[in-house]
Every structure is written in structure tokens, then in C-alpha cells.
Design a protein around this ligand. Structure first.
Ligand SMILES: Nc1ncnc2c1ncn2[C@@H]1O[C@H](COP(=O)(O)OP(=O)(O)OP(=O)(O)O)[C@@H](O)[C@H]1O
Ligand SMILES: [Mg+2]
Length: 333
């Protein structure tokens, strides 16, 4: 095995977030499914943008947020994802590199514009996402660099990659290279409705051990195993997965391994401003912990710490150094 150059390499949809506050009536009037990620076309994107209030633009994308979190912990991170060579795409490229993440995927010269997610944050801090995939659709297996995958301790993949038709080939290629070179593969289930779209394929990935580490929230896990009962879903995961972690918002998370179920508390937060990125940043801390050989509880605490930071401000990327925050909390990585 070659020496690892990265702790975590993420592959996902490269998206710029356009975030505005909205009340529940706005979601209702727009027919939006609160808390979910809904795919939209360009016309709908224009209509939502015209209707929404003053917005903040920041680079996002689930796996991209996670690797930015990994870098903020002082760990080594890389990202593969597709933007277009347009203003938003250049912003995305700048931001991810400025955060210390290796990002070398070549941008598309033509075709659809860089992906955007129109995110409405309601007064309760919940986020509702409307995503135009645009250039992210054009990520293909050709964008997967074998040597880069082989150099990552953990390759982290988004379930959302199942939406753009060719990206799943990139996903499968990356997972195969990772396993051939002795690396671990992690998957986030991304969104309960995304699980609904690809349930059988996701279960297959877990059962066939194409994936070593499953990251999910409670709704996604229940959707995966088509049950309303959390314990039933957790036991199903325990039977099928090598390792899993299930997040439960303010209730923390449960680490699921064949030997044990371990509940780990959330870090208390005074005021939740915007939950966008909670799951992504949890994954960052958890994966950094695993990549650095920490025990499951410590990894989960690192995840909870990063998630607690990101939900106290607008946007899905850390506003402070997670490395410093971890050290202050006795969790130095
Ligand atoms: N209200 C809260 N207070 C403290 N910690 C929280 C709160 N909400 C979320 N977290 C932290 O974030 C982690 C992930 O949250 P959650 O289970 O809601 O994921 P998610 O639904 O994927 O989030 P996202 O909105 O980013 O998709 C939790 O395990 C917890 O550590
Ligand atoms: Mg999530």
C-alpha cells in the first residue's frame, strides 16, 4: 500500500448554496417539502430565486462541505466533483482550495451551468433545499484519478451521486479502486427521499460490502429499511453493515458495529440558527476520527463538535478552525 496522502477524499455534487430566510407559509405557497432536498430544473430555479428574499451565496455540496470540515480539523482532504467554468464554478473552486482541500477535477467548458441549491431556512433553523444539478450532471468515471483514490485512507461518497445518471459509474469505479488498494469506502445516504429513489441499490452496496462505513440520519435509515421503528432499522443496519453511524439531531448519534450499539450525545447548542450542513460536518469529524485511528466514541464526539459549530451560523461550512475547537474540547486530532 502506498503511503496515504489524504485522510478523506470526498466525491459529490459540486454545488453553490443560495440561502435565504423564509417562513413556513412561503414553503407552503411554493409547494416545497420541508427539510428535504428536491431536484429542480432551470425554469423552477429562476422562479424560486425570483420569489425568495435577500440571499447569501456560499459554496456547498454535501461531500464538499464534509471535506472542508476535514481540512478545518487539520487533516488532509481532497474532493472530486464537477463545476462549469463560470462565475459560480470559479467561486466554488476558489473556496474549496482556499479551505485547504486538494481539488483538481477539470471544470466543464460548456454545457449546463454550475449546480445551485436554493435553500430556505425557516425560523426553527430547518433547511429546505431545491437543487438544480447543472454541471454536476457531467461528472463521469473519467474524472476519477486512480492514484488519488489509492492515496486516501477513506473515500467518502454521497448518495446524492445517484441522481446524475453517470456519476454512479464514477462512484463504483472509485469504490473498486479504493478496495483494490486496501482503503475504506464510506457512504452517506444523503436524504430520505433520495433513499426512496435508490433503496435497492443502496442496500446492495451495503450488503455486498462495496461500502464499509454507512453514515445516515434517522429518517434516511428508516426509509432504507422501510420501517417507522428506529430500533428495527438500527438492527437491520447492524446485520448488514461493517460499520454505521446514525445521527439523531439534538439526541446525538448511535454508532452501529457488529459487536455493539453505542449512543453518543450531541454537544449542547444555545440557539440553532441554520441546520444546513449538520450531517455533513458530523461526517467530517467522524471520518477524521476513524482515519486517525480514534475509537468510535471519540470519532462520534468529533462529529458532534463540528456539527454543533456549523448549526450556530448561516451556511454549511465551518466559521472557525475545527482543529482549535477540538483542542479546546480535549479532542485534539
Ligand atoms: N439541535 C441540535 N443541537 C445539538 N446538536 C445538533 C442539533 N441538531 C443536529 N445536531 C448535531 O448534528 C448531527 C447531525 O444532525 P442530524 O441528525 O439532524 O443530521 P442531518 O439531518 O443529516 O442534518 P442536515 O440538516 O445537515 O441534513 C447530530 O448528530 C448532532 O451531533
Ligand atoms: Mg443530512
Amino acid at each position: 500500500m502506498v503511503a496515504a496522502r489524504y485522510d478523506v477524499l470526498g466525491i459529490g455534487n459540486a454545488i453553490v448554496d443560495i440561502i435565504a430566510r423564509a417562513d413556513d407559509d412561503f414553503l407552503l405557497a411554493q409547494g416545497m417539502r420541508k427539510g428535504a432536498m428536491t431536484l429542480i430544473d432551470e425554469a423552477r430555479a429562476a422562479a424560486i430565486y425570483a420569489a425568495m428574499g435577500p440571499a447569501t451565496e456560499c459554496s456547498g455540496g454535501s461531500a464538499a462541505n464534509t471535506v472542508v470540515g476535514v481540512a478545518s480539523f487539520g487533516a488532509r482532504a481532497a474532493f472530486i466533483g464537477k463545476v462549469k467554468d463560470d462565475p459560480l464554478g470559479r467561486t466554488f473552486m476558489h473556496d474549496i482550495r482556499a479551505a485547504g482541500v486538494a481539488f483538481t477535477t477539470s471544470p466543464a467548458a460548456d454545457g449546463p451551468s454550475t449546480a445551485r441549491s436554493y435553500i430556505l431556512v425557516t425560523p426553527d433553523g430547518e433547511r429546505t433545499m431545491n437543487t438544480y444539478l447543472g454541471a454536476a450532471q457531467d461528472l463521469t468515471a473519467a474524472d476519477i484519478d486512480d492514484a488519488q483514490i489509492a492515496a486516501a485512507e477513506i473515500v467518502y461518497l454521497e448518495g446524492y451521486l445517484w441522481d446524475p445518471p453517470q456519476a454512479k459509474e464514477a462512484f463504483v469505479k472509485a469504490a473498486r479502486i479504493a478496495h483494490r488498494t486496501g482503503r475504506r469506502v464510506a457512504l452517506t445516504l444523503s436524504d430520505a427521499f433520495c433513499v426512496d429513489r435508490y433503496r435497492d441499490e443502496f442496500i446492495d452496496l451495503v450488503r455486498k460490502r462495496m461500502v464499509d462505513i454507512v453514515v445516515a440520519n434517522e429518517a434516511e435509515l428508516k426509509s432504507l429499511y422501510e420501517t417507522a421503528d428506529f430500533d428495527t432499522a438500527v438492527r437491520a443496519l447492524q446485520r448488514q453493515a461493517k460499520l454505521g453511524v446514525v445521527t439523531r439531531s439534538e439526541k446525538g448519534c448511535v454508532v452501529v458495529s457488529p459487536e455493539a450499539l453505542e449512543a453518543v450525545a450531541a454537544f449542547p447548542v444555545d440557539r440553532v440558527v441554520d441546520v444546513t450542513g449538520a450531517g455533513d460536518l458530523f461526517a467530517a469529524g467522524f471520518l477524521v476520527g476513524l482515519a486517525r485511528g480514534k475509537d468510535y466514541r471519540t470519532a462520534a464526539r468529533l462529529g458532534a463538535l463540528a456539527a454543533a459549530e456549523v448549526i450556530q451560523h448561516i451556511g454549511a461550512r465551518p466559521a472557525v478552525s475545527l482543529q482549535a475547537l477540538a483542542a479546546e474540547n480535549g479532542l485534539a486530532v
